[in-house]
Design a protein around this ligand. Sequence first.
Ligand SMILES: [Zn+2]
Length: 97
Amino acid sequence: MSTYKLVCPHCHGRMRIRTSEGKHIFLRIAYLQCQNEACGWTVRAEFEMTHEMSPSGMANPAIKLPVADVAQRRAAMATDTDQPDLLDQLEVEATSI
Ligand SMILES: [Zn+2]
């Protein structure tokens, strides 16, 4: 398993999540900043839960998302394990607000 790094598209430096806010139960807005002092680029990003890959073992009836189709499941299998680390970072930011 590799550690995910948010890479600045300008200087290829590492970026960090400065703040994030929940806009909706499925949508979080994050503000990222490049850690390279010579660059310092900041950007707004959106992280959205869009499709259910596997049902919850504690399903809340109020939570409804479309179920991922075959193409989306194949895409998920082709993706390496980077993304959960990104979401972990978001969770840390969410609890600090
Ligand atoms: Zn940069």
